[in-house]
Unconditional design. Sequence first.
Length: 404
Amino acid sequence: MWRRSDRDHRKKAALSAAAAPPAPEAAQARPERADSGGAPEPDLGRAAQAARPPGEVILEVDDLRVSFRAHGGQVQAVRGVSLSLRQGETLAIVGESGCGKSVTARSLMRLLPEHAAVLGAGSSIRWKGRELTKLKEKELRKLRGAEIAMIFQDAMTALNPTLTIGEQLIEGIALHRKVPRSEARRIAVDMLELVGIPSPETRLKQYLGEFSGGMRQRIMIAIAASCSPSLLIADEPTTALDVTIQAQILDLFRMLQERTGAAIVLITHDLGVVAETADRVCVMYAGEIVESGTVRELFRRPQHPYTQGLLAALPRLDRERGSTLVPIPGTPPDLFAPPPGCAFAARCPHAMEACRLHRPQMAELDGTHAVACWLQDPRAARPPAAGAGAGSGMAGEPARTALG
Ligand SMILES: Nc1ncnc2c1ncn2[C@@H]1O[C@H](COP(=O)(O)OP(=O)(O)O)[C@@H](O)[C@H]1O
Ligand code: SF4
Ligand SMILES: [Mg+2]
């Protein structure tokens, strides 16, 4: 048996062998705009820590459009999403159920059902300079797992319950890292230990069904991280878990990211998770990104009425526990026939005639904060002070609020 220190050393080596360079540690605060509000600082977890200097841009998505052929037309699931991601960064994508988060995530790995999904002609997904929309399936298979890996909400459906953990883990490592099976096995044991699975040698021989929900998520994360991908896409990775296990899994992501320098796209409907883990956030509504910015910008000074509504729904420490959350009245539009103007107009307290007729475009408020709302147009009449929005949800620690 190896001594502990040997093991730790080997674990690091196992991860770093194919890992991207770790994120530099030097603390260098990001430039920030002056806050307008003076509202109490929320506990923004990671965002409140000294920010790391940004790595280089590894992913650029431009005008992503995805529709699904369906009886009687096409569901316009993703309608012009553009985003970018830097090495070592965590980007959260939030929004109500059905707004296009998972379809966006799956598009990044080209994991959509080919017979049903239609990619827009002008859609572009550039991964380290390569255009993913043009890659053949064979090239995509090399990329998946090795460079971009995905973690889902439910390991039982994402992984194969008829194979042992070892069979699933070792095969991927041997294939992508091009190492002999004996070496792949050793790396697999180290990965399981790294993600907190006790007795990993024994556990390799077991099936998924023999583990608890939290342990299954750890195994899926071990499989995803085992080839040290530069990007981990996690689609609601903690949604099915109780709060304590959720926190442990988020810690695990943090640890993996610190060790490997991987970027993370975290899809969630939980603003508490966003505040704790993300650097930047994209808020999606009806297939579009309606606001994006750093976590601090979004929580302190939300500019889109939808983001303001989401934050208003968060319980605050200064309200009594158990007080009723404020749901946003109404429902999202039908994506078979989305409205020509702003998709949020039917629910927006500030909607103007122009909003119903013309679609607002994303406009930068400054270098990092952007919003798609006609209120930002200099010609728009100012709405009444957004007391229920901009200040809400900021006075207390971030709470877990189901949006989806
Ligand atoms: N395979 C599919 N076929 C048809 N419609 C789909 C398919 N997958 C997703 N959709 C539709 O696309 C829209 C966005 O779905 P999704 O990205 O899963 O939402 P969420 O934000 O909850 O992850 C929804 O209207 C959904 O019904
Ligand atoms: S564009 Fe108009 S309807 Fe849409 S969010 Fe802004 S104010 Fe509301
Ligand atoms: Mg989803």
